[in-house]
Design a protein around this ligand. Structure first.
Ligand code: ATP
Ligand code: MG
Length: 429
């Protein structure tokens, strides 16, 4: 019997985890500066948290949910996305209370689950880093959230990014537009793809982002949401654009962009990369928008909200394809080369002492010859080696070498235990 991980999942193993940590570290750094604090909500939620919010006709609800009944007959779902759970927690913990600063700004990172057909950048368990900000309508917040997303992706070293921007307006804008769109699409229904034909009445806006060629031709001449915005929605969108310009952030309006989740309104955006990772087609790495009705939908007071989610696996694929190396936090300060079984105890004491003093340290455990040990030291990227043979041991000495410069000196063993820092200075002097 062979055990294999479930289809669409991955093991993130050492060598890879350092990249994840690097990404998470960068994200935490940026979130801290923008004053977003971490929230950790359950990996599973009651089914209704997602079924009520994502939209009955959304892919997530119709096809992709991992849901089951637990032993107490509760309908449970492994979270397919981050926002609904955070909104549920926001309401349940009364984070809209008068004593809490507005906007309430929070971020999360963690696994999400969708029953999809696995392929590159599409998994059944994947990870998102996301932010949510509640309680403020000011378009400055929309722009702050987008600026933060752009900074984050630039921070990872990505170039050639596109910020695609659209608005879905408010409820009134959307229902006016929906009607105009259906009026336009209905007489052309026969030319639409099967899937779009089905969406035509259930969720006509989704026809706009169909990837089918026959749909795209029809969509090209469809009415545009921008012509159906209420005064208020139009002003909000204008302000968002002006503020983006004020910050020097370039964007492209894409009136056919809609999001896969139904809870969005007003500003929606995607940050895309033209990386070779996905055949040079623009690929969305990060997506988000406003969801001003969502808090109410989950039983809270009327509260605006906005956020984004970033797919970590997709980000890693793009970074890989672009040849971008993340700064990894796995450096080795000292490799202690102990020669011969007699040095075993002293070698152990040395690495332990160095570790206690704050230096990451490694040694040989296999009684290998010095050559093999030096090879390890250099493969592990050790900054320094300390070499100790039988002779050194009796003399109470050890050889300190800096790997990059090749400089070396003999030092007293004792000094390694008391002040290794000082020995480094001496070597470099
Ligand atoms: P797509 O159109 O690719 O299915 P989506 O609209 O379903 O994406 P969102 O719900 O907006 O995606 O999720 C935000 C981000 O999470 C995506 O841009 C992507 O980077 C990532 N993502 C979504 N689904 C998956 C998945 N199954 N595997 C890996 N990453 C994913
Ligand atoms: Mg999807």
């Amino acid at each position: 019997m062979k055990y294999q991980r479930p289809k669409g999942t991955t093991d993130i193993i050492p060598g890879e985890t350092e990249k994840w940590q690097s990404i998470e570290k960068k994200a935490r750094e940026i979130f801290k500066r923008y004053r977003y604090q971490e929230i950790r909500t359950p990996i599973f939620e009651n089914f209704e948290v997602f079924s009520r919010t994502s939209g009955e006709t959304s892919d997530i609800v119709t096809k992709e949910m991992y849901d089951f009944f637990d032993k107490g007959e509760r309908h449970i779902t492994l979270r397919p996305e981050g926002t609904a759970g955070v909104v549920r927690a926001y309401v349940e913990n009364k984070l809209y209370g008068p004593e809490i600063q507005k906007p309430f700004k929070t971020f999360y990172m963690g696994p999400m689950f969708r029953y999809e057909r696995p392929q590159a950048g599409r998994l059944r368990e994947f990870h998102q880093i996301g932010v949510e900000a509640f309680g403020v309508d000011n378009p400055a917040l929309d722009v702050e959230v987008m600026a933060m997303a752009v900074e984050l992706l630039h921070g990872f070293g990505l170039k050639n990014l596109k910020l695609a921007l659209n608005t879905l307006g408010d409820d009134e804008s959307r229902s006016r537009y929906r009607k105009a769109l259906v009026d336009y699409l209905e007489p052309r229904a026969e030319q639409l793809s099967a899937e779009s034909k089905e969406r035509l009445h259930k969720n006509p806006l989704r026809v706009l982002d169909s990837k089918e060629k026959e749909d795209q031709e029809i969509v090209a001449n469809a009415p545009q949401i921008l012509d159906y915005l209420t005064e208020e929605a139009a002003v909000h969108f204008e302000t968002v654009k002006n503020l983006l310009e004020a910050l020097g952030i370039s964007y492209e309006i894409d009136t056919n962009m809609v999001r896969g989740l139904d809870y969005y309104n007003h500003t929606i955006f995607e940050i895309m990369s033209d990386s070779k990772a996905f055949g040079g087609k623009w690929t969305t790495v990060c997506a988000g928008g406003r969801y001003n009705g969502l808090v109410e939908q989950l039983g809270g007071p009327e509260t605006p909200g906005i956020g984004f989610g970033l797919g970590v696996e997709r980000l890693l694929l793009v970074l890989e394809a672009e040849g971008i190396r993340l700064p990894l936090d796995n450096e080795l300060a000292v490799y202690v080369v102990g020669i011969g079984a007699v040095t075993n105890a002293e070698t152990l004491k040395l690495v332990q002492s160095l570790r206690n003093a704050g230096f990451s340290s490694e040694r040989d455990y296999l009684e290998r010859k010095p050559k093999g040990q030096f090879k390890s030291a250099s493969r592990l990227g050790a900054q320094f080696t300390l070499t100790l043979g039988e002779e050194e041991l009796t003399q109470g000495k050890v050889n300190l070498k800096e790997m990059t410069s090749g400089k070396e000196i003999k030092v007293a063993l004792e000094d390694v235990y008391t002040d290794f820092e000082k020995l480094i200075a001496k070597l470099r002097a």
